[in-house]
Design a protein around this ligand. Structure first.
Ligand code: GCU
Length: 606
C-alpha cells in the first residue's frame, strides 16, 4: 500500500466515522487494560437520553440538559429533577449481545445505553491512552467523562478513540449508546438471514502507548517476489520529523533500522533468502518486533504467497483445493454472538475434524480470535464485508459505510497469513448501480492490499435459458480473482436427485468455488431420504451434491452452508426451526448430523 493511499485511507476513515482515530494495529498483542465485565445499562427505545423533546441531539448542544444520558448526571440536591440513574440500573455483560442475556431484550432492536466506570494512572509521563472496541452492533456513540469521543457504524469491526487529554485518575465514566436498529440504507440492510444481535459484542480495552508509538504496519511477502518481504510501518508521534525504528525478525536474522519520513511512514523492503513459508502442513509464524525509542510491539506473522494461475489457486506456488465450510459467528459453547477464544477454538476444531483446510467466515468480519487461531492451526480463511442481498446501491453514504467497514477489516487482518480472500458481497442483484458499487469496493480493496484475492458469493442461473445447464452470468465475474457462487439445487431448487440432471458451463478462465450449498435437518429427526428436515434428507443432499461438484471442471473447492445451526428470525417452522436455520452439520447443542460424516469422508479422501 503506497503512502499516498495510506494518507487517503486515513482521511476517508476520519470522515465517515466521526471522531474515530486511525485504527491501532495489533492491539491483540499489546498490553492492555480490559474494561470487560458488568456494565450498567438503560434501555431507551425513544432515545430520550439522546434527543430533547424537539428531537435535537443533546450532544450537539452547547449546554446540554442534565437529562442527557452521556453526562451521567446526579441530582444536585433532594429537590433536583433527574429521571435516570445509571448506578441504580441492572448489568449487562460486556462482551456479549443483549438478546441472549435478558429475555426482555430477546427481540429488542433499538437503543441501549451502557456505562462503565474506571480509574486510570499513566505508567509513564507523556504516554497516551486510547479506548479500543473490538466491535459493537450497529451504531455506537461513545462518550468519556461527558465529552463525545465519536461515532462508529458497523457491527463487526474494531474502532478506537484517543482519550489522553480527557481521562482522569479516578471515577472516569465511559458511556456508550448502542443502536442496532436495522436501516434500509445500512450495511447490512433491513433483511438478513441471521439474528441482529445488539450490544457491545466484543472486548473493550484501554490501550496505553508511548508518546511515539507504532500505530500501524503491513509486513507481508511481496506478491511479485517471494524472496522479498515488503510493506510499511506507520509511527504516530507528537514530535514531528523523521523517527528511527528497529524492525526485528530474529528467525530470519533480520535486525533492520528504518527511518520514517516526516509523517512517520517508513517503507519496508527486505530481501530474504531462506523463508520458512507458512503453509497448511507447516503454519509457521515468525516473531516480529518493531521498536521505537519508547516502545516495542510484538507480533507473529506468517509469510506465504497466494495467487491464481488459470483455474488454479496457488498457495506458495502449489495448487491448493479448498476443503471448506461456512461459519456464522455464534458461540458453540453458550447462547448468542460468539466472541471468545474458546468459541473460536471450538468452531475451528470442528472444521478440522470435518477435514477442512479452509473456512468461509460469513457474512461479516468475525472476531480476531478466528483469524489468529487460523494462522496457528493452518486453516485458510475467506473474510466478507456485510454487503448482503439488496442494499441501497445508489446511496453514496451507504457506499462510504461499506468501504469503511471493509477498510477496518483489512486494517485489522492484513498481517494474517491465513486470510487469503476478501469477499465483497453475498447474493447481490446484477443491476447497474450494484455493479458500480462492487467495482469500486473491489478496486478499493486491491489498492489497500495487493497480496490477497478478491471474490464475492454470486448467484448461478440457467445457461441460455436451459435449466439443465447452469452458469454464472454476472459482470462482477470479470472483476473477481476467484469466481464463487451459492447454489441450492436439491433444497430451494428441486430435490437432491436433481443434481444428477445438472451440468455446469462456466466460461471464465478462473478458479471456481461454491461458496454455499446445503439443506435443513432437525438433528435427531430420522426418516426416509425423501422426507424434508430429516437427517437422511440432508445426508442425501450432500451425497448428490458432492457427486455433481466433482464433475464441475475448474472447481477448486467449496464451503457448504453451514457448520452449525444458527439463529434467524426468518426461520419460524414450529418443532423444526423455532427461530433456527437448520442447515448446520452440527446442531446448536453440538450434536453432529449424518451429513457431517458424508462431508468428512469426502474431504478425507480428497
Ligand atoms: C443464502 C444466504 C445465507 C442463508 C442461506 C439459507 O444463500 O447466503 O445467508 O442463510 O442461503 O437460505 O439458509
Amino acid at each position: 500500500m503506497s503512502k499516498q493511499f495510506l494518507l487517503l485511507a486515513l482521511m476517508i476513515c476520519v470522515s465517515s466515522s466521526y471522531g474515530q482515530d486511525h485504527l491501532l494495529q495489533n492491539v491483540y498483542n499489546r498490553t492492555t487494560i480490559s474494561l470487560n465485565g458488568d456494565w450498567k445499562y438503560i434501555v431507551d427505545p425513544y432515545e430520550n437520553g439522546y434527543y430533547n423533546y424537539r428531537y435535537e441531539p443533546f450532544d450537539q448542544q452547547p449546554t446540554p440538559w442534565a437529562s442527557a444520558f452521556f453526562l451521567n448526571s446526579k441530582p444536585k440536591d433532594a429537590s433536583d429533577l433527574l429521571e435516570y440513574d445509571f448506578d441504580k440500573m441492572d448489568n449487562l455483560k460486556v462482551p456479549g449481545d443483549w438478546n441472549t442475556q435478558k429475555e426482555s431484550l430477546y427481540y429488542y432492536e433499538g437503543t441501549v445505553w451502557y456505562k462503565q466506570s474506571f480509574d486510570f494512572d499513566f505508567s509513564a509521563e507523556g504516554n497516551r491512552l486510547f479506548v479500543y472496541f473490538e466491535a459493537a452492533n450497529y451504531q455506537a456513540e461513545v462518550y468519556l467523562n461527558g465529552s463525545k469521543l465519536g461515532t462508529h457504524t458497523g457491527g463487526f469491526t474494531p474502532f478506537n478513540f484517543e482519550v489522553t487529554d480527557i481521562v482522569k485518575a479516578q471515577d472516569n465514566f465511559l458511556i456508550v449508546k448502542i443502536d442496532n436498529k436495522r436501516l434500509k440504507d445500512g450495511v447490512p440492510t433491513l433483511n438478513t438471514d441471521w439474528w441482529n444481535y445488539g450490544g457491545i459484542t466484543r472486548d473493550v480495552k484501554l490501550v496505553e502507548t508511548a508518546a511515539t508509538f507504532v500505530a500501524d504496519y503491513f509486513i507481508q511477502l511481496d506478491p511479485q517476489d517471494t524472496k522479498k518481504i515488503k510493506g510499511y510501518v506507520q509511527v504516530n508521534s507528537k514530535d514531528t520529523g523523521a523517527q528511527k525504528l528497529q524492525l526485528k525478525l530474529p528467525g530470519l536474522g533480520i535486525d533492520q533500522q528504518l527511518t520514517s519520513d516526516q509523517d512517520g511512514y517508513a517503507a519496508v523492503d527486505l530481501s530474504v533468502e531462506d523463508i520458512r513459508y507458512w503453509s497448511l502442513d507447516d503454519p509457521f509464524l515468525y516473531d516480529v518486533a518493531i521498536e521505537t525509542a519508547q516502545e516495542t510491539v510484538k507480533d507473529q506473522i506468517g509469510f506465504r504467497s497466494i495467487r491464481t494461475e488459470g483455474t488454479q489457486i496457488m498457495l506458495n506456488d502449489q495448487p491448493v483445493y479448498l476443503k471448506g465450510i461456512s461459519i456464522h459467528e455464534e458461540s458453540p459453547l453458550r447462547d448468542g454472538r460468539g466472541y471468545s477464544k474458546e468459541d473460536a477454538t471450538q468452531l475451528l476444531e470442528w472444521a478440522k475434524e470435518l477435514g477442512c483446510n479452509y473456512v468461509r467466515l460469513a457474512h461479516y468480519p468475525h472476531n480476531e480470535h478466528m483469524v489468529r487461531l487460523a494462522d496457528q492451526m493452518g486453516i485458510l480463511v475467506w473474510e466478507e464485508n456485510p454487503v448482503y442481498w439488496t442494499i441501497s446501491w445508489d446511496n453514496e453514504s451507504t457506499y462510504q459505510n461499506a468501504e469503511t467497514q471493509l477498510s477496518e477489516l483489512i486494517a485489522r487482518d492484513k498481517n494474517r497469513a491465513s486470510v487469503i480472500i476478501w469477499s465483497m458481497a453475498n447474493e447481490t442483484p446484477n443491476v447497474p448501480a450494484r455493479n458500480v458499487f462492487l467495482n469500486k469496493l473491489a478496486a478499493y480493496a486491491r489498492a489497500k492490499d495487493n497480496t490477497r484475492l478478491i471474490s464475492a458469493a454470486l448467484e448461478q442461473k440457467n445457461y441460455q435459458g436451459d435449466p439443465t445447464i447452469r452458469t454464472i452470468d454476472d459482470p462482477f465475474a470479470e472483476v473477481v480473482d476467484i469466481l464463487s457462487f451459492n447454489q441450492y439445487i436439491g433444497w430451494y431448487d428441486g430435490l437432491p436427485e436433481k443434481c444428477k440432471t445438472i451440468t455446469w458451463k462456466i466460461e471464465e478462465d478462473k478458479p471456481v468455488l461454491i461458496s454455499e450449498f446445503g439443506a435443513g435437518a432437525k438433528q435427531g429427526l430420522h426418516g426416509s431420504k425423501e422426507e424434508r428436515w430429516t437427517e437422511e434428507f440432508q445426508e442425501n443432499l450432500y451425497v448428490e451434491t458432492l457427486q455433481m461438484i466433482d464433475k464441475i471442471d475448474k472447481i477448486q473447492g467449496f464451503s457448504p452452508w453451514i457448520l452449525v445451526d444458527f439463529r434467524s428470525p426468518r426461520r419460524v417452522l414450529p418443532e423444526i426451526q423455532d427461530g433456527w436455520n437448520r442447515k448446520g452439520l452440527i446442531s446448536e447443542e453440538g450434536e453432529k448430523k449424518k451429513a457431517f460424516f458424508i462431508l468428512q469422508a469426502f474431504y478425507n479422501n480428497k
